[in-house]
Design a protein around this ligand. Structure first.
Ligand SMILES: O=C(O)CCC(=O)C(=O)O
Ligand SMILES: [Fe+2]
Length: 301
């Protein structure tokens, strides 16, 4: 019987209470260092990428085997399935580099990933009250520390909306790495997430934040409803490279009726895009999907 990496009852309870859980080890630091050395070069060639023209470079797990192996790794997927249920799709992966001197990431919450353009990217068709239908595994490509801007989360905040993720706000890339209206070096990659606050006068309690310091090769899980962000990278020589890998149960419609989507001032056509069925079965068949590269019949030949 193959080993299962499902969450323990205790870990599941921690997740339900807090909205996040981890860290867990996917690779030992030395192994991750050698994978990352290769991958960081490979991602520069976008000829086979799903979005070859985009500087966002999303979803490179679709063409790069090393990355595909990560999003379908049992150590990751078994834990994701403990929360989302047995039938799981990978729907997006995103790079989050933070270079020395870069601004922090504004506190934010999401679920439908409307992302300031009025269109839900993911929509559940069989949601159950209190059960998350989206989950992110944030994988550290290098050590993430409080100083280089590791992710921070606000325990228990997944039960209350502090932001309206469905409001449209302008993309203002000229403000990246500038001080914001509160005099802080924080922003949201060209958007001002503070404009989505339900109560403009409310401020999160930084004292309660948990800073997810993780080693290269580790990951943690969180629902995007759990408020998260990061401090600025105050180091002079340490770049933090995070890779957010996002999952949904198969009942969720991904980019439903959309041929392209807008994000960070770009238009991304979806003709090369599909979800990946990383665990279980897809009986809903809402989405274009494929198997992980190494599980597909061509790879097995
Ligand atoms: O890594 C970051 O700074 C932000 C990541 C994030 O917001 C996410 O993964 O949803
Ligand atoms: Fe986020």
């Amino acid at each position: 019987m193959t080993k299962s990496f499902a969450l323990t009852e205790e870990q599941l309870k921690f997740f339900n209470d807090n909205g996040f859980v981890g860290p867990f080890t996917l690779y030992e630091p030395e192994e991750m260092a050698s994978i990352w050395e290769e991958v960081r070069m490979d991602i520069l060639d976008t000829s086979e990428a799903p979005f070859p023209e985009s500087r966002l470079n999303y979803d490179r797990h679709l063409d790069l085997v090393q990355l595909n192996r990560m999003i379908s790794h049992p150590k990751l997927v078994d834990r994701v399935a403990s929360i989302l249920g047995p039938d799981v799709l990978s729907w997006r992966t995103e790079w989050f580099p933070k270079y020395p001197g870069d601004e922090g990431t504004d506190w934010h919450q999401a679920e439908s990933f409307v992302e300031f353009e009025g269109t839900e990217k993911i929509e559940p068709t069989a949601a159950e009250e209190g059960k998350p239908w989206e989950l992110t595994a944030w994988i550290a490509m290098v050590d993430a520390t409080k100083e280089n801007g590791c992710l921070k989360v606000m325990p228990g905040s997944h039960r209350t909306w502090y932001f309206d993720e469905k409001r449209n706000i302008p993309f203002e890339p000229e403000n990246i790495n500038k001080l914001n209206n509160s005099g802080e070096k924080s922003g949201f990659f060209g958007y001002d997430y503070d404009l989505l606050k339900l109560d403009p006068d409310w401020k999160p309690d930084e004292e309660k934040a948990v800073h997810m310091e993780v080693k290269a090769g580790q990951f943690f899980l969180f629902t995007s409803r759990c408020m998260h962000g990061s401090n600025p990278n105050t180091t002079t020589n340490s770049t933090r490279f995070g890779w957010a890998t996002r999952f949904v149960p198969t009942h969720v419609k991904v980019y439903s009726d959309q041929d392209s989507f807008k994000h960070f001032g770009e238009v991304l056509p979806l003709d090369r895009y599909s979800t990946v069925l990383v665990k279980g079965e897809d009986t809903y068949k809402h989405n274009r999907t494929r198997l992980p590269i190494e599980a597909s019949p061509v790879a097995a030949e």
